[in-house]
Design a protein around this ligand. Structure first.
Ligand code: 5GP
Length: 260
Protein backbone atom coordinates (compact mmCIF):
# COMPACT_ATOMS: atom_id res chain seq x y z
CA UNK A 1 0.00 0.00 0.00
CA UNK A 2 2.71 2.37 1.07
CA UNK A 3 4.75 1.38 -1.98
CA UNK A 4 1.84 2.06 -4.30
CA UNK A 5 1.39 5.53 -2.79
CA UNK A 6 5.07 6.27 -3.32
CA UNK A 7 4.85 5.04 -6.93
CA UNK A 8 1.85 7.30 -7.59
CA UNK A 9 3.64 10.24 -5.98
CA UNK A 10 6.66 9.64 -8.20
CA UNK A 11 4.70 9.11 -11.41
CA UNK A 12 2.22 11.98 -11.08
CA UNK A 13 4.61 14.79 -11.93
CA UNK A 14 5.78 12.82 -14.98
CA UNK A 15 2.22 12.39 -16.27
CA UNK A 16 1.39 16.04 -15.56
CA UNK A 17 4.58 17.13 -17.30
CA UNK A 18 3.79 15.06 -20.38
CA UNK A 19 0.30 16.55 -20.58
CA UNK A 20 1.60 20.09 -20.35
CA UNK A 21 4.12 19.44 -23.13
CA UNK A 22 1.44 17.90 -25.37
CA UNK A 23 -0.80 20.94 -24.77
CA UNK A 24 1.86 23.21 -26.16
CA UNK A 25 2.06 21.33 -29.42
CA UNK A 26 0.29 22.57 -32.51
CA UNK A 27 -1.82 20.30 -34.71
CA UNK A 28 -1.15 21.45 -38.28
CA UNK A 29 0.28 24.32 -40.31
CA UNK A 30 -1.56 26.90 -42.34
CA UNK A 31 0.53 27.68 -45.39
CA UNK A 32 -0.76 31.13 -46.32
CA UNK A 33 -0.32 32.87 -49.67
CA UNK A 34 -1.57 36.34 -50.57
CA UNK A 35 -2.82 37.68 -53.89
CA UNK A 36 -0.82 40.90 -54.45
CA UNK A 37 -3.63 42.54 -56.46
CA UNK A 38 -5.91 42.29 -53.41
CA UNK A 39 -3.26 43.43 -50.95
CA UNK A 40 -2.51 46.50 -53.05
CA UNK A 41 -5.92 47.82 -54.05
CA UNK A 42 -7.30 48.46 -50.57
CA UNK A 43 -7.52 51.91 -49.01
CA UNK A 44 -4.05 51.46 -47.55
CA UNK A 45 -2.29 50.57 -50.79
CA UNK A 46 1.05 48.79 -50.93
CA UNK A 47 4.74 49.32 -51.65
CA UNK A 48 7.10 47.17 -53.69
CA UNK A 49 10.21 45.74 -52.06
CA UNK A 50 13.73 46.88 -52.94
CA UNK A 51 13.92 44.01 -55.44
CA UNK A 52 11.17 45.59 -57.58
CA UNK A 53 7.60 44.72 -58.52
CA UNK A 54 6.87 41.09 -57.63
CA UNK A 55 5.45 38.68 -60.21
CA UNK A 56 1.69 38.53 -60.75
CA UNK A 57 1.58 35.35 -58.68
CA UNK A 58 0.47 34.53 -55.16
CA UNK A 59 3.24 35.34 -52.71
CA UNK A 60 3.97 33.55 -49.46
CA UNK A 61 2.68 35.22 -46.31
CA UNK A 62 3.73 32.58 -43.86
CA UNK A 63 3.77 29.03 -42.54
CA UNK A 64 1.77 29.12 -39.34
CA UNK A 65 1.46 26.44 -36.67
CA UNK A 66 -2.21 26.17 -35.63
CA UNK A 67 -4.36 24.30 -33.12
CA UNK A 68 -7.21 22.05 -34.29
CA UNK A 69 -9.33 23.53 -31.53
CA UNK A 70 -9.04 26.96 -29.97
CA UNK A 71 -8.15 26.98 -26.30
CA UNK A 72 -9.78 29.27 -23.77
CA UNK A 73 -7.35 31.55 -21.97
CA UNK A 74 -7.69 33.36 -18.70
CA UNK A 75 -8.79 36.97 -19.29
CA UNK A 76 -6.08 38.27 -17.04
CA UNK A 77 -3.43 35.61 -17.59
CA UNK A 78 -0.13 36.16 -19.35
CA UNK A 79 -1.69 34.99 -22.61
CA UNK A 80 -4.57 37.48 -22.59
CA UNK A 81 -2.68 40.09 -24.60
CA UNK A 82 -1.65 37.59 -27.27
CA UNK A 83 -5.18 36.26 -27.65
CA UNK A 84 -7.14 39.48 -27.55
CA UNK A 85 -7.59 39.75 -31.33
CA UNK A 86 -8.87 36.20 -31.58
CA UNK A 87 -12.15 36.94 -29.87
CA UNK A 88 -14.57 35.19 -32.20
CA UNK A 89 -17.35 32.99 -31.01
CA UNK A 90 -20.61 33.78 -32.69
CA UNK A 91 -23.32 31.12 -32.69
CA UNK A 92 -25.78 33.28 -34.60
CA UNK A 93 -28.28 34.01 -31.84
CA UNK A 94 -26.00 35.22 -29.07
CA UNK A 95 -22.86 37.17 -29.53
CA UNK A 96 -20.81 35.26 -27.10
CA UNK A 97 -17.29 36.56 -26.74
CA UNK A 98 -14.56 34.64 -25.08
CA UNK A 99 -10.81 35.04 -25.16
CA UNK A 100 -9.30 32.18 -27.05
CA UNK A 101 -5.92 31.16 -28.26
CA UNK A 102 -6.12 29.40 -31.62
CA UNK A 103 -2.43 29.14 -32.40
CA UNK A 104 0.89 29.43 -30.62
CA UNK A 105 3.04 32.47 -31.36
CA UNK A 106 6.34 34.03 -30.32
CA UNK A 107 7.64 30.77 -28.87
CA UNK A 108 11.19 32.08 -28.43
CA UNK A 109 11.76 35.81 -28.51
CA UNK A 110 15.52 35.51 -28.31
CA UNK A 111 15.61 33.39 -31.48
CA UNK A 112 16.25 36.08 -34.12
CA UNK A 113 16.45 35.21 -37.80
CA UNK A 114 20.07 35.13 -38.93
CA UNK A 115 20.38 36.11 -42.61
CA UNK A 116 23.42 33.86 -43.05
CA UNK A 117 21.36 30.80 -42.08
CA UNK A 118 19.15 31.29 -45.14
CA UNK A 119 21.80 32.75 -47.46
CA UNK A 120 21.28 30.11 -50.16
CA UNK A 121 17.50 30.71 -50.15
CA UNK A 122 17.44 34.50 -50.42
CA UNK A 123 17.02 34.71 -54.22
CA UNK A 124 14.20 32.20 -54.04
CA UNK A 125 12.62 34.00 -51.09
CA UNK A 126 12.84 37.39 -52.81
CA UNK A 127 10.90 35.95 -55.76
CA UNK A 128 8.35 33.97 -53.76
CA UNK A 129 7.99 35.72 -50.39
CA UNK A 130 8.14 39.45 -51.21
CA UNK A 131 6.90 42.11 -48.80
CA UNK A 132 4.24 44.52 -50.04
CA UNK A 133 4.06 46.52 -46.86
CA UNK A 134 4.75 50.26 -46.82
CA UNK A 135 6.17 50.14 -43.29
CA UNK A 136 9.31 52.22 -43.02
CA UNK A 137 8.34 54.35 -46.01
CA UNK A 138 8.18 51.57 -48.59
CA UNK A 139 10.80 50.03 -50.86
CA UNK A 140 11.62 47.89 -47.88
CA UNK A 141 13.58 44.71 -47.50
CA UNK A 142 11.59 41.49 -47.51
CA UNK A 143 14.12 40.21 -44.94
CA UNK A 144 12.22 42.20 -42.29
CA UNK A 145 8.99 40.43 -43.25
CA UNK A 146 10.70 37.04 -43.09
CA UNK A 147 12.29 37.88 -39.71
CA UNK A 148 8.86 38.91 -38.37
CA UNK A 149 7.21 35.73 -39.63
CA UNK A 150 10.05 33.64 -38.20
CA UNK A 151 9.79 35.24 -34.75
CA UNK A 152 5.99 35.12 -34.56
CA UNK A 153 5.25 31.76 -36.20
CA UNK A 154 8.49 30.00 -37.16
CA UNK A 155 9.78 29.77 -33.60
CA UNK A 156 6.71 27.62 -32.79
CA UNK A 157 7.20 25.26 -35.74
CA UNK A 158 9.79 22.96 -34.23
CA UNK A 159 11.90 23.57 -37.35
CA UNK A 160 15.26 25.28 -37.59
CA UNK A 161 15.55 28.54 -39.51
CA UNK A 162 16.78 27.03 -42.78
CA UNK A 163 14.30 24.14 -42.70
CA UNK A 164 11.39 26.47 -41.97
CA UNK A 165 11.99 28.68 -45.00
CA UNK A 166 12.94 25.75 -47.24
CA UNK A 167 9.69 23.99 -46.25
CA UNK A 168 7.62 27.02 -47.25
CA UNK A 169 9.41 27.35 -50.61
CA UNK A 170 8.92 23.63 -51.30
CA UNK A 171 5.21 23.89 -50.55
CA UNK A 172 4.87 26.81 -52.92
CA UNK A 173 6.71 25.01 -55.71
CA UNK A 174 4.63 21.88 -55.23
CA UNK A 175 1.37 23.26 -56.51
CA UNK A 176 2.97 24.90 -59.54
CA UNK A 177 1.56 28.26 -58.52
CA UNK A 178 -1.97 29.06 -57.43
CA UNK A 179 -2.45 31.67 -60.17
CA UNK A 180 -1.81 28.95 -62.79
CA UNK A 181 -4.22 26.57 -61.09
CA UNK A 182 -6.94 29.22 -61.08
CA UNK A 183 -6.24 30.29 -64.66
CA UNK A 184 -6.59 26.67 -65.83
CA UNK A 185 -10.09 26.75 -64.32
CA UNK A 186 -10.93 30.00 -66.12
CA UNK A 187 -10.41 32.13 -63.02
CA UNK A 188 -8.19 34.97 -64.24
CA UNK A 189 -7.49 38.42 -62.76
CA UNK A 190 -10.03 40.93 -63.99
CA UNK A 191 -11.21 44.45 -63.18
CA UNK A 192 -14.89 43.53 -63.15
CA UNK A 193 -15.42 39.76 -63.27
CA UNK A 194 -16.76 38.01 -60.17
CA UNK A 195 -16.01 34.39 -59.36
CA UNK A 196 -17.81 31.88 -57.16
CA UNK A 197 -15.79 31.15 -54.03
CA UNK A 198 -16.86 27.53 -54.33
CA UNK A 199 -15.31 27.50 -57.82
CA UNK A 200 -12.02 28.86 -56.50
CA UNK A 201 -11.96 26.39 -53.63
CA UNK A 202 -12.87 23.52 -55.96
CA UNK A 203 -10.19 24.38 -58.52
CA UNK A 204 -7.47 24.42 -55.85
CA UNK A 205 -8.79 21.24 -54.19
CA UNK A 206 -8.79 19.40 -57.55
CA UNK A 207 -5.29 20.49 -58.47
CA UNK A 208 -3.64 19.96 -55.07
CA UNK A 209 -5.74 17.11 -53.68
CA UNK A 210 -6.64 19.08 -50.54
CA UNK A 211 -9.42 21.55 -49.71
CA UNK A 212 -8.07 25.03 -48.85
CA UNK A 213 -9.59 27.84 -46.82
CA UNK A 214 -10.08 31.25 -48.39
CA UNK A 215 -9.88 34.72 -46.89
CA UNK A 216 -11.28 37.87 -48.49
CA UNK A 217 -10.72 41.57 -48.03
CA UNK A 218 -12.29 44.66 -49.58
CA UNK A 219 -10.99 46.96 -52.25
CA UNK A 220 -11.14 50.77 -51.97
CA UNK A 221 -14.78 50.65 -53.21
CA UNK A 222 -15.82 48.09 -50.61
CA UNK A 223 -15.99 45.19 -53.06
CA UNK A 224 -15.12 41.74 -51.77
CA UNK A 225 -12.07 40.10 -53.30
CA UNK A 226 -9.95 37.00 -52.78
CA UNK A 227 -7.08 38.00 -50.50
CA UNK A 228 -5.39 34.87 -49.12
CA UNK A 229 -5.42 31.13 -49.69
CA UNK A 230 -4.78 28.94 -46.65
CA UNK A 231 -3.52 25.43 -47.37
CA UNK A 232 -3.40 22.98 -44.49
CA UNK A 233 -0.21 21.01 -43.98
CA UNK A 234 0.46 18.23 -41.51
CA UNK A 235 3.07 18.66 -38.79
CA UNK A 236 5.79 17.24 -41.02
CA UNK A 237 5.61 20.48 -43.03
CA UNK A 238 5.21 18.53 -46.27
CA UNK A 239 1.85 16.79 -46.55
CA UNK A 240 -1.17 18.77 -47.72
CA UNK A 241 -4.38 17.87 -45.90
CA UNK A 242 -7.95 19.15 -46.15
CA UNK A 243 -8.65 22.31 -44.15
CA UNK A 244 -11.41 21.29 -41.78
CA UNK A 245 -11.75 24.40 -39.63
CA UNK A 246 -14.18 27.04 -40.81
CA UNK A 247 -12.71 30.49 -41.33
CA UNK A 248 -14.45 33.46 -39.89
CA UNK A 249 -16.10 36.10 -42.00
CA UNK A 250 -15.68 38.31 -45.00
CA UNK A 251 -16.11 35.60 -47.67
CA UNK A 252 -19.33 34.40 -49.23
CA UNK A 253 -20.85 33.99 -52.65
CA UNK A 254 -18.71 35.63 -55.28
CA UNK A 255 -15.47 37.60 -55.17
CA UNK A 256 -13.24 39.59 -57.46
CA UNK A 257 -9.67 38.72 -58.35
CA UNK A 258 -8.17 42.12 -59.22
CA UNK A 259 -5.24 42.37 -61.64
CA UNK A 260 -1.76 43.06 -60.25
P1 5GP B 1 0.79 38.19 -39.44
O1 5GP B 1 -0.43 38.23 -40.31
O2 5GP B 1 1.81 37.22 -39.92
O3 5GP B 1 0.51 38.07 -38.01
O4 5GP B 1 1.43 39.67 -39.60
C1 5GP B 1 1.89 40.19 -40.79
C2 5GP B 1 2.82 41.36 -40.46
O5 5GP B 1 3.81 41.44 -41.46
C3 5GP B 1 2.11 42.69 -40.41
O6 5GP B 1 2.61 43.43 -39.30
C4 5GP B 1 2.53 43.38 -41.69
O7 5GP B 1 2.68 44.76 -41.53
C5 5GP B 1 3.85 42.73 -42.02
N1 5GP B 1 4.04 42.57 -43.45
C6 5GP B 1 5.14 42.94 -44.14
N2 5GP B 1 4.99 42.66 -45.45
C7 5GP B 1 3.76 42.11 -45.59
C8 5GP B 1 3.04 41.62 -46.72
O8 5GP B 1 3.48 41.62 -47.88
N3 5GP B 1 1.79 41.10 -46.48
C9 5GP B 1 1.25 41.07 -45.22
N4 5GP B 1 0.02 40.55 -45.07
N5 5GP B 1 1.92 41.52 -44.13
C10 5GP B 1 3.16 42.04 -44.32
Amino acid sequence: MKLAAIAVALLLPLVAGATAAADDEFDFFYFVQQWPGSFCDTDRGCCFPDTGKPAAEFGIHGLWPNYAKCRPTADDGPEAAASIDMVVDDDGSHHHRRRQKCWPEYCNNSNNLHPWEIKDLIKDLDANWPTLSCKGGGGGSSMEFWAYEWKKHGTCSGLGQHDYFAAALDLKRRDGGLAGILAAAGIVPSEDERYLLSGIRGAIANATGAIPNLECNRDAFGETQLYQVYQCVSRDGRTLVDCLLPMSGKCSGTVKLPPF
